[in-house]
Each structure stands twice: as C-alpha cells, then as structure tokens.
Design a protein around this ligand. Structure first.
Ligand SMILES: *Cc1c(COP(=O)(O)O)cnc(C)c1O
Ligand SMILES: [Zn+2]
Length: 408
C-alpha cells in the first residue's frame, strides 16, 4: 500500500509522478516526495508504531515506497540516551546523545538513507545503483546493495581514509577513486547519470534517498517519549539530514503524534568547510561554495545541495550554527570517548565541538534539553586521532618488565 502522492517542486510546487527524476522542468527547483497525510493519519498511531520491529521501517507510511522494503530490516532504531557524564563536562542539565555510530550494517546514519533509496530503486526497476560519496555513503551503498543483489558503481575522492575505502571494497562493488574533491566527483557523476540508466542515490533518486534521514528525527521524538528536544545540534555536509529532521518533526505534529515542535536546530561544520554556517552567521540567503580543507572528510562538501534549505530550516526554528577547528574536533572525539565510551568519527567530533561552542556562546542555555547527533563510527577515521592518543606501553613477557612500567 502506497501513501506517496507524487513528487513536488520545492520552489514552484508543480507536481510530478514519483519516478527517478529530481529537478523541476520549469524552474530547476529540486523535487521532494509528497504524501497523502490524511490517509496516513487514519492508520498511524503511537501504539501501532511502538508494536513494530525496531528498525527504520516502523515509520513505513512516511517513507517513499509502494510495496515492501527490500533492505534495511536491521537498520535504524539506534540508542538515544541521557549522557550524564558528558552533560557534567559541558555543564548541561539535560543532554542526550542519539548514536548512529552503531547503525547497522555500516556504522553511520547513511544506512538509513540507503535502505530507503535502494528499496525504491528496486521498485523503479533498476538493477544497478551508484553514488558520489564522501565515504559513509560509499560504505552503505556497497553493503546494502550487496544484500539487495544490485550492481554497484561507487565514486569517491581518491584521498579518503583507509577505513572508508576498505569498508567499501570488502563488499566488492566497482569502486572508482576520482582524483579530485567531492564536488568534482559529484559533477562527474551528474554527467555519468545523464548517460547511464542507473539509480544514482544522491542524484536521480535523491528525493527518495533524502527521506530516509527523517527516521533519525522520528526516532529522537519517539525515544524521548513522543517529545522533541529544546535544541538539537546536527552535522551538515549537503545539509539534507538537518532539513529532513525538521520535516520529520513537522510530519509527526501534522499527524497528531507530537505537540508542535519547538526544537531549535543548529548546523555543525568544520572551519575548513563551512558554507552553511557562514551563511547563517552572516544572515545571508546565499550559500557561497568553498574549497574544503579539513580532517572531517565525511562533511567536506564545498557546494552543498541542500545548503539553502538547511539555512532556511535553521532560521525557521530560531537556531544557529558553529564552525570548529580540526584540533577541537580531535579534542571532542576524545572527550566523547572518555565520558560516554563512544568512539565517533570526525563528523561526531565536529558536532560535539560545535555543541560545546554554542553552549559557551550561550546560544544553547544550560538548563534546557539538548540532543547531540552522533552519525558515524571512529574506526573509519583512525588517521585523524592516531597521533593524539598516546601509544601502547611495550614490554618483555616478564613480571620485571611489567613492574618497570609501574614506576613511570
Ligand atoms: C553524510 C554525513 C553527514 C551529513 O549528511 P548531509 O545529509 O549530507 O548533511 C553527517 N555525518 C556523517 C557521518 C555523514 O557521513
Ligand atoms: Zn519548479
């Protein structure tokens, strides 16, 4: 049973059939999935959702597929928990972490978007999927594409971390390392997408792919007892996750599942690639593309596809943004590990460092609730921390040798 009404232009609101298309023919605006909310409202209740299996398909009516999902039966419904020790370190009364560093199967929130994209790609009749990726998307398409029995063409910048490269190759996709940055990889992929009949998850089926990010927001609301937090800090690359968390909250409200969301959303970016944060801080509508230079490679998109919509959502919610230095990212990764036992990747370090900054700047009051969005796992970006965490103590296999170490 399908609740998809069609695709709709985000700019001029023209309608399109729900096929593998992504831009409006009239105004070149991007297309977004529209649903029959009245029909959804008749059957979707809190109780119905709570009885379903603990994966992202528990919100199936609000996801863009017609029939049964093809992949992602173990994806999503990751932990959300009160982070007492980190809260004390930051002087925050009510701090939560939503932890997608343990999302199944490839340890980042990209497993959500890809589960949705590939399920839709199969419905649309594709046998080959592809993507341009900063790393985590490559891992997710490689893995979930294998589960879905799809041919996979994966395009990445040639200088990615080893963990992201190995974490794709193990699934045996066709992995293509392009000598250029993400924005150049993406431009090449747009040309390839025009020539080959493939489902490019972040290009021609992007409207479906992007909807998967809503489930991160749905889960935050459900796991807080059908409430949204006062504040939420979200890492931004293309800006899509932030936009879709907000769309998700608004949908839950439209369906009567939560009160009107009053959450303020904040974008977290690295100083070396912060076009969205720059626009917010300058009060500008224009996203100025930049050439990325940061250790937070998964967020290194200099020309963000949803940058405008992200800054719009941030303004609508009364939020803000923070751009943080690479050393502060490493510090934040260590702080999260040493307080909450979570090893996050550089993107998580960016998010926590940005949250810390926003608290210090008094943008986020210490006595209000805050969710910090952790979106990926640290084993994938070991290069960023390996020189900043000390070394093992090497000894001979004797008691004497061990006791020598006790003296230092
Ligand atoms: C891709 C990614 C993001 C940001 O995603 P966008 O939706 O493009 O803004 C955040 N965190 C991690 C770990 C990612 O891989
Ligand atoms: Zn249009």
């Amino acid at each position: 049973m399908s609740f998809i009404k069609g695709l709709r232009c985000r700019e001029c609101a023209r309608s399109y059939p729900p096929k593998a298309i992504f831009v409006c023919e009239y105004c070149f605006g991007s297309l977004e999935v529209d649903y029959d909310y009245e029909a959804i409202g008749k059957r979707l209740t809190r109780e119905a959702i709570e009885k379903r299996p603990a994966n992202l398909w528990r919100y199936r009516e609000l996801l863009p597929i017609d029939g049964e999902p093809a992949v992602g039966f173990h994806t999503g419904f990751t932990p959300l928990f009160r982070a007492e020790r980190l809260g004390r370190a930051l002087g925050m009364k009510e701090l939560y972490i939503k932890d997608d560093s343990v999302c199944h199967p490839t340890l980042s929130f990209k497993d959500r978007v890809v589960s949705v994209a590939l399920s839709r790609a199969k419905e649309l009749g594709f046998d080959t999927v592809a993507c341009a990726s900063t790393g985590n998307l490559a891992n997710a398409v490689s893995s979930l594409g294998a589960i879905g029995g799809l041919k996979r063409f994966i395009f990445i910048p040639a200088d990615l971390e080893m963990g992201k490269v190995v974490g794709s190759l193990i699934y045996h996709p066709r992995l293509i390392a392009v000598e250029g940055n993400y924005d150049e990889v993406n431009r090449l992929c747009a040309e390839i997408a025009a020539r080959y009949h493939w489902a490019f998850v972040n290009i021609n089926i992007r409207p479906y792919y992007a909807e998967g990010s809503k489930t991160y927001g749905f889960e935050v609301a459900e796991q807080l007892g059908w409430k949204t937090p006062d504040h939420m800090v979200v890492p931004a690359a293309s800006g899509s996750l932030l936009v879709k968390i907000w769309k998700g909250f608004k949908e839950l409200h439209k369906l009567g599942l939560i009160d009107k969301p009053r959450t303020r959303l904040y974008a977290a970016q690295a100083e070396g690639c912060s076009p969205i944060v720059a626009a917010i801080r300058e009060g500008s509508d224009i996203i100025k593309p930049v050439k990325p230079k940061t250790i937070a490679k998964s967020l290194a998109i200099g020309n963000p596809a949803d940058g405008y919509y992200a800054s719009d959502a941030i303004r609508e919610t009364g939020g803000w943004g923070a751009a943080v230095s690479d050393p502060s990212v490493v510090e934040a990764m260590k702080l999260l590990a040493q307080t909450e036992g979570i090893f996050t990747e550089t993107a998580g370090g960016v998010t926590l460092a940005a949250a810390r900054r926003l608290i210090e700047e008094k943008r986020i009051p210490r006595d209000e609730s805050l969710v910090v969005s952790i979106t990926g796992h640290g084993l994938k970006t070991q290069e960023a921390v390996v020189d900043h965490i000390g070394k093992p103590i090497r000894i001979k296999p004797t008691l004497d040798s061990f006791e020598e170490t006790m003296k230092t």
